[in-house]
Structures are given as structure tokens and as C-alpha cells.
Design a binder for this molecule. Structure first.
Ligand code: SF4
Length: 632
């Protein structure tokens, strides 16, 4: 299988033109090898999420177990990583141990830049080590090293230990104890206490299964591109300089906080409520006063979710307070932030963890968890002490209940039985992020149809609604392509079509591996980039002559390929749905208080606009038109 794959995707020497350099690591045989992506493959699958999907398609089958040496764990950057502003991101992909289908996670920080400046675009990890290992990469050295002394460390300790060994120009991507213990929603953290997470889909459990503690990269310098001078000029042309002060950041943080609440996005009490009055509305301002803003590589603004507290640890607002706090009716922000810190330290996805805790509380209150399983823990709404204790138990799989919950909500519900599935708020096995699918109809479709399970970022549709699309964007390229007409968040007609286009565009950004906020005004008033700007960067960096039509088709091809990985593993229209609560119970408060997404109607339009069958399968005609003959 590997030989066939290498013959199709890789070459031992670089092709003429853009030919990304990858490191192939075989943990079973303790070997590493440098290969190059063939130029035609690079142009077809772009990089990041696209190239990773191509490798997964070729290296796995319908039968490949997610926790197996045959499932590759892929770290991938894109053609613009480390070369343009907001280009400090990488993706991690593989078959997900949590969902069993295509799995993808994204992270910012500085690790991706270090990988590029060490001369690699990606790392493909095959096999499984006999004893714990870590991978060390620098511009002149690649080593698989013994990690026995590091196994059992948390993500902060591992980064500190490697900095001690190799100096400050080291960044690590590592698992903590959750990944080592195969917690199914374990994540891969990078940059230590700065707390950047490739969070979703439980890929930290795959890394733990492979006995790979981390990848440490020591490098400095710049990422290579085809024409550095021209790229600099293009960046100056398309990225207007904006001056951001902390006062502006504070104001914009407050505006974002208010708008998320006003839109009705907050997850409350396992999505059963629309209000949580105990939340201190001043918390966003209080936190802004003490925050130090952190910047991913190349970021010019920083954002409200990227800050450090006085101890230099990652410190967020919405993505800490909501998935864990409001979900469990806990308004004690100190406790919530400690829980968030546990997630980053032990290496767990805070979204899936929060959803799992809320699920467990609701099951306990409904009498679905036998009292002996609780071992005296008072698991109820608002009990911060029990919440914190449960997080530690899940990390180390201490006790039968923690062991069950460490499998994620879908699997735990099956074990509890008695219709516990109704409290498991997941799609295709992946828990729903902290943005309510009832808040705007695009969120309902993107969560139902994202290629890797529930995701509020797979389409980012909210930026295209009439309240978000600014007048000065009238006629802008992105509006012409994605949002051909202005929609209201609750409108039914047009949402399927909009979501399909928006998802394809996000696939492009995740393959270029740029921050998604370049696509919106969320970066504190900086105008969103338009597709021609991304395309200009891409062509200059690679030496290509891609036009807009080819660029858009790349996004559509990548989305369809990811879908086909999951279709091959049994996914179809039956799985493109939402938990019943979102379809039958209103939030009851706020502007979205009465909205129930008409998912069936919107999905029909969605499949139709994608050229898929009514069963949610890309047709042969569609696959051929995208050049995906390997999926026929
Ligand atoms: S806007 Fe936030 S997530 Fe994006 S690059 Fe900047 S700090 Fe990172």
C-alpha cells in the first residue's frame, strides 16, 4: 500500500516547480525519510487539509481502525505558512479515534512556522512505536529519540523540558496525559503554556496510541517561497496596515461578546436553556484589563481568544467560559478557567470535554448513572468542585464512570442505555461547539454536514448574513461567490447553497493554513481579505498561474474528497443531522429564541447545490468533474 501511495503522491527528489518537502516517519521500524510531493499533486490538493485528505484517502481503507498503526497521523502546513501575515497555522489529520471517520484539527502559534523554517511542509507519522518516542527536527537534523523520561509529563512540562535541552528556539506539539491514556477527545497542544490546540476529533489519542509524545522543532529563519520580494509587495498591497491598541482590543472584545450573546449562540445547560442570568456580564471587561495579548506567528492584531494571563498561560473568554462554564451552569470564572487550564495542560479538547461533562450531569440528574458509579461525586448543575474533580478523573481514566466518559458522549450514551443518546449533543460522534445551531440556519447545516462531525467553523457562515456583510462589501468577490444574495439568519431558502460555498472556501483557507479571521472583520475592524488577494499570494509563493475558477474548484475538490473518506466508512445523509433537541426545542430567549432550523428542507437544497445524490453521496459525475477519479 505504501509503495503504491508513494508512487502516486511522492517523489524521492523535488519536481520542477512547487514540490513540498515532507518527512515520513515510520514508528514501527524507527525510521525517517524525506520525500517531495509531486508538483501536479501539490497543485491539485494545495496543502494543509487538502493534501492531508489525499494522503488519508490513499493510505487507509474502509477497514482501517482509527487506533491502529495503519492510520497515519498527519501534520501539514500550506504554501503560505510562515510566509504571509496570519500564516502561523497548521492542521493535524487522520481517521478520528472519537468518530471513526475523517478527522481534522487546526492550530495556531509558532510551531508551524518552525516546521517551515526547518525546511519541511509536513510530517506523516506511520506505524506505532514499541516504546515512547519523540521526534526532533532542526534544519540539519532529524532524530527519533527515546521519550521514556517524558512519558507522564503534561504538555507544559514537555515544552519546558525540551527548551531546557535545546534552547528557546524550540516549539513542541505534544500530547499530555489524556493522549497517553487514550482519552478519545485528547488533543495535540503546541507552544507549551501559550496553549495552542489542535483540539478536535481526538487526534491526541491517535498520537498516544502511536506512543509518540511530541514533535520538537528547533529552527529560526524564514519559510522559502518562489519570489520573496514580490510576495512582500503583494502583502503590502492587500493587507492595509491597521493600528490596534489595547483599548481598541478591549472595545472589540466587548462588541464580540455582546453580539454572540445577542445572537443566541451560548450553550447553556447542555443546550436545554436559552438564558443563564448568573453570568457576570462585566467579566469580559475585567478579563481584558488583566490580559496580555498573544500573537500567533505573523499575526498583526491578536484576537479576543488569544491572550495570556499573569502566569503566561493561555487565557480565553468565550471558548473557556461557554463550553465548560455555561454548559454546566457554572459562573465561577476562576473555576472555569482552571478547568480550561487543565484541558491545555493535560491535552483535551475543551469543547468535547465540556459537552461530556454537561451530558454526564444531565444523565446523573435523570437517574441514568447508577450511584455506585458516581463514587460519592455530587455531579450536578453548578457544582464547580465536582466538575474539576471529574476532569482529572477523565484525564487519568480513574474509576468506571471516568473510563466511560473518556470515550466521548456518543459511546458513553450507548453504554448508559435508557435512551441516554438524547442527552449526547454530537454529530457523527463529535460534540457540538459553543455556537448554537439554532442561532442562525447556516450553523445548523454546517454542523450537520461538516466532513469531520459537528463544527461551527467548517463554513463560518455567520459572516455572510445581512447584519454582517458591510455595505462596502457590496459586489466584493467573496460576496459574488459565496453569498450571492443577502440572507437573514433565519431564512430557509438559500442557506444550503450558501453553506456549501462557504465550506469550500474554508477548505481553501485550511489548506493554505491561514487564520480564518482573515476572512472576516473579527480581527478588530481590519477588512476581510478577498479571494483575489489569497490567490495573488498563492501564485507568487508557488510560481503557479492559478485563476479564480481553478482556486474555487480546489476548495470544492478538497471538501468532496474529505466527504468521500467518510462515505467509504459508511457516512451518508442519515448521519447529516442534529441532536433532536435542536430540531424540536426552542431556546426560548433572545432573537433566536423561537428559531428551529428546518434542516430537511435546507439539506435538500444543500445536496442539490453540491451535485450530490439525495442520499448525500457525491455523484460519479461530480467526482469526475473535480478530477477525483480515485473515488469512483
Ligand atoms: S487573529 Fe487570533 S487566532 Fe488568528 S492569527 Fe491572530 S492571534 Fe492567532
Amino acid at each position: 500500500m505504501a509503495t503504491k501511495t508513494q508512487a502516486q503522491i511522492y517523489a524521492p527528489q523535488p519536481d520542477a516547480g512547487f514540490s513540498p518537502r515532507l518527512l515520513i516517519v515510520d514508528l514501527t521500524n524507527n525510521t525517517t525519510e524525506t520525500v517531495y510531493v509531486k508538483a501536479d499533486m501539490a497543485r491539485k490538493y494545495l496543502g494543509g487539509a487538502g493534501l492531508a485528505a489525499k494522503i488519508i484517502w490513499q493510505e487507509t481503507s474502509a477497514e482501517t481502525a482509527a487506533l491502529s498503526g495503519d492510520n497515519p497521523l498527519i501534520f501539514m502546513t500550506g504554501p503560505l505558512t510562515g510566509a504571509v501575515p496570519y500564516g502561523g497555522r497548521h492542521i493535524v489529520a487522520g481517521l478520528s479515534p472519537l468518530t471513526g471517520i475523517y478527522g481534522e484539527a487546526h492550530s495556531g502559534g509558532h510551531w508551524a512556522f518552525r516546521l517551515r523554517s526547518a525546511g519541511y511542509h509536513g510530517v506523516v507519522v506511520r506505524g506505532r512505536a514499541h516504546t515512547p518516542k519523540y521526534l526532533f527536527i532542526s534544519a540539519d537534523r532529524v532524530e527519533l529519540r527515546d521519550a521514556a523520561t517524558f512519558w507522564g509529563m503534561d504538555c507544559y512540562e514537555f515544552e519546558d523540558a525540551l527548551k531546557e535541552l535545546e534552547g528557546n528556539k524550540v516549539s513542541t506539539a505534544a500530547i499530555g496525559q489524556a493522549g497517553e491514556n487514550l482519552v478519545k477527545f485528547a488533543c495535540i497542544m503546541n507552544d507549551g503554556k501559550r496553549g495552542r490546540a489542535a483540539a478536535r476529533c481526538g487526534l491526541g489519542a491517535l498520537m498516544g496510541y502511536k506512543k509518540l509524545k511530541g514533535i520538537a522543532i528547533r529552527s529560526a529563519g524564514a519559510a522559502e517561497v518562489a519570489d520573496k520580494k514580490a510576495l512582500k509587495a503583494s502583502v503590502e498591497k492587500y493587507f492595509p496596515k491597521v493600528k490596534i491598541t489595547n483599548a481598541v482590543r478591549k472595545t472589540k472584545g466587548r462588541e464580540l461578546w455582546d453580539s454572540l450573546w445577542q445572537m443566541g449562540r451560548a450553550p447553556i445547560q447542555n443546550w436545554a436553556s436559552g438564558e443563564f442570568k448568573e453570568v457576570d456580564d462585566t467579566i469580559v471587561d475585567v478579563l481584558s484589563e488583566s490580559a496580555k495579548y498573544d500573537f500567533c506567528f505573523g499575526c498583526r492584531t491578536s484576537c479576543v481568544e488569544s491572550r495570556l494571563n499573569a502566569q503566561g498561560k493561555r487565557h480565553t473568554v468565550w471558548e473557556a467560559l461557554c463550553p465548560i462554564g455555561t454548559q454546566c451552569l457554572i459562573a465561577d470564572y476562576d473555576a472555569v478557567h482552571l478547568a480550561y487550564d487543565y484541558c491545555n495542560q493535560y491535552g483535551m479538547d475543551s469543547i468535547s470535554l465540556g459537552a461530556t461533562l454537561a451530558f454526564a450531569i444531565e444523565c446523573a440528574e435523570a437517574g441514568l448513572i447508577k450511584s455506585d458509579l458516581l463514587e460519592g461525586l455530587d455531579l450536578k448543575w453548578g457544582n464547580a468542585e465536582a466538575m474539576l474533580a471529574m476532569i482529572k478523573k477523565i484525564t487519568f481514566r480513574q474509576g468506571q464512570l471516568a473510563d466511560i466518559l473518556a470515550e466521548g458522549t456518543r459511546q458513553a450514551a450507548q453504554i448508559f442505555g435508557n435512551d441516554a443518546e438524547r442527552f449526547a449533543m454530537q454529530v457523527k460522534g463529535l460534540e457540538i461547539g459553543a455556537h448554537d445551531p439554532r442561532a442562525y440556519n447556516g450553523a445548523a447545516i454546517e454542523n450537520a454536514t461538516s466532513t469531520f462531525g459537528a463544527s461551527h467553523m467548517s463554513g463560518f457562515t455567520s459572516i455572510y448574513y445581512d447584519y454582517a456583510v458591510k455595505e462596502d462589501l457590496e459586489g466584493a468577490e467573496i460576496s459574488r461567490w459565496v453569498a450571492t444574495e443577502r440572507l437573514s439568519p433565519y431564512q430557509v431558502e438559500g442557506q444550503g447553497k450558501l453553506t456549501a460555498k462557504a465550506q469550500d472556501f474554508i477548505c481553501l483557507l485550511n489548506s493554505l493554513t491561514l487564520c480564518l479571521f482573515t476572512n472576516s472583520t473579527d480581527c478588530f475592524g481590519r477588512p476581510p481579505l478577498q479571494p483575489p488577494s489569497y490567490l495573488d499570494f498563492l501564485n507568487i509563493a508557488t510560481g503557479w498561474d492559478v485563476d479564480l475558477a481553478e482556486f474555487y474548484q480546489m476548495g470544492e475538490r478538497i471538501f468532496n474528497l474529505q466527504r468521500m473518506i467518510s462515505v467509504r466508512r459508511g457516512i451518508s445523509a442519515k448521519d447529516d443531522t442534529l441532536p433532536e433537541r435542536f430540531l424540536t426545542t426552542t431556546r426560548g430567549a433572545g432573537p433566536a429564541g423561537e428559531n428551529l432550523p428546518k434542516l430537511d428542507v435546507m439539506l435538500t437544497e444543500y445536496y442539490d447545490s453540491r451535485g450530490w445524490s439525495a442520499d448525500g453521496i457525491p455523484t460519479d459525475e461530480k467526482l469526475k468533474s473535480l478530477g477525483l477519479n480515485e473515488c469512483l
